[in-house]
Design a protein around this ligand. Structure first.
Ligand code: IPE
Ligand code: IPE
Ligand code: MG
Length: 239
């Protein structure tokens, strides 16, 4: 059966993706887990193309969590090197496509210095682009983000009764980032795994069995189709 076309007027402004399943993708093929991470690069860039084609303005991808440090040292080392390599090899291409690259997470803390330098350079290079903001959640934890916000708020000396939801939102890593309209998680896991805890409060959640290395722009379109069938109410009685 033909798929219903997407409604161009209801494209989500911000899509967040938990890029999960790289290890299982590799293991099923008799490959090393790290080969799965390497294969995830094509998926990411195809998703970026899809976002550009569909007019999604914000794409946030979960690349490394504050809990992923628990993995074997070799895998962590590979992920540090691999993320750096992607940045160095592909930032010019992203820049030419009008993509603003941002990193969200605990920068500096535990992140190798050279990678941090490439993160800073890529952010600077692309800072004036507006076609799409690609936020890479790296060394990111939703709880850590809230802790970091609370620390800043406490240090500012603000009176407790003056603290509102806006105060907290203003102290998140990117206060100008709109909340995701849609969160997609691949690999058949039904959890958030400490991703954007504050920001996902009213996002539509879509889960797919596709493993991240197999994810392509068609899957992004499918998730958006599912999103367009939902009725968002934000606690009220209509959308
Ligand atoms: C997601 O794939 C990538 C990272 C967490 C860095 P996984 O490595 O979690 O793959 P699975 O879930 O073990 O298959
Ligand atoms: C979430 O995936 C983190 C990233 C995709 C970077 P995990 O594979 O780390 O999550 P759990 O352990 O299955 O919850
Ligand atoms: Mg996983």
């Amino acid at each position: 059966m033909a798929k219903t076309p997407l409604d161009p007027k209801r494209i989500p402004n911000h899509v967040a993706c938990v890029m999960d399943g790289n290890g299982r993708w590799a293991t099923r093929r008799g490959l090393k887990r790290t080969d799965g991470h390497a294969a995830g690069e094509e998926a990411l860039f195809d998703a970026v193309e899809g976002a550009l084609e569909l007019g999604v303005k914000w794409l946030t991808v979960y690349a490394f969590s504050t809990e992923n440090w628990k993995r074997p040292a070799d895998e962590v080392k590979f992920l540090m090197w691999f993320n750096e390599s992607i940045l160095v090899r592909r930032r010019d291409e992203l820049n030419e496509k009008g993509v603003r690259i941002r990193f969200s997470g605990r920068q500096g803390w535990r992140v190798p210095k050279r990678l941090q330098r490439h993160i800073d350079e890529s952010t600077e290079l692309t800072k004036n682009n507006r076609k799409l903001t690609l936020t890479i959640a790296f060394n990111y934890g939703g709880r850590a983000e809230i802790v970091d916000a609370v620390r800043q708020i406490a240090a500012s000396g603000i009176a407790p009764d003056k603290i509102t939801e806006k105060t907290i939102a203003k102290h998140l890593y990117y206060p100008d980032m709109p909340d995701p309209d849609l969160m997609v998680r691949t690999s058949g896991e039904f959890r958030i795994s400490n991703f954007l805890l504050w920001e996902l409060a009213y996002s539509e959640l879509v889960f797919t069995d596709v493993l991240w290395p197999d994810f392509r722009r068609e899957h992004l379109a499918d998730a958006i189709r599912e999103y367009q069938e939902r009725e968002r109410r934000f606690g009220g009685l209509d959308g």
